[in-house]
Design a protein around this ligand. Sequence first.
Ligand code: 6CS
Length: 340
Amino acid sequence: MRNFAQTSVAALAVGMLAFSTAQAAEWKYALEEAIHEVQGVYATQFKDYIEANSDHTIAIFPFGTLGESADVTELVQFGAIEFANASPGFMGSLIPELQVFLLPYVLPEDPDVLADFFATSPTINETLAAMYEEQMLTLIDMYPEGEVVMTTKAPVSGPADLSGVNFRVMTSPLLVETYNAFGATPTPLPWGEVYGALQLNMIQGQENPMFFVESTKMYEVTDHITYAGHNNFTTAVIANGNFFNGLAEEDQALIRAAADAAYEHIIGYQQGLTQEAEALILEAKPEMTVTVLSDEERAPFREAAERVREAFIEMVGESGAEVLEGFEADIEASRDRVGG
Ligand code: 6CS
């Protein structure tokens, strides 16, 4: 019954979308973040481009207004809204291969190599894009949001310090593997529950880029920040596949051009953002400690990352191994091109 109802709603919504593409339309775009955060800055640029170059308009729905990440992904799948951010950290059950982005110490640390990789990788833009299409989703763009740091109630200089720590992760099985390997007790939670769970001491740690630690005031409920250099936060912009594939070529090209403009903008916007956020945190809470782990201190985390890599291949199978191989070859190609 539920499936029938959902299918009917989806068919109706998609029918309406298909009808609306013949004329100026309002497209709805939901975020996992607030409008002043990285996803909001990208979406605003995307909106400005679309509205300056066509009669279409974009209505942006920031985090919470249409629900959590899982909710807005469903709304796109059903065709109730056209666009959303759907970060790989929440997409592991739908497209397990996407968890490649969560593997520790795989994405390049150099920002220029990273930006080139996302823009040019055939593994992202062809192989993974085809996997989205199988789910009736169109991949519009993927971009990095910044180096992930751990924020915890007790200091962390190695995996031993994570023992007994309930560490919040996004709802991906691979992140559970990762924080198990890092010595913690991984606790998958949707974003909306994280601040409260830290406040109530149900969890004692979480990871996110520094801009997000600052903007969501994670420093109020944790006391220590640790850079282990293990990852950069990746997000994806997705569209309903029926909607996108039913558009006139001209509108598809418009959306691709808007995504290119927003990508350029968001890469530039992030220069210095981590350092600015760190300074704001220390201004708000001078007693917060910020530790950059040395290569020696990172070594046990890197060792644990090898086990997570094996777990990824075991969990995702042959296609996972192929995606990982392609991913690493594309990163090498970007390193050769950019020289990082
Ligand atoms: O940790 C999370 O769940 C959130 N982190 C970021 C940087 N963006 C959205 C996501 O929901």
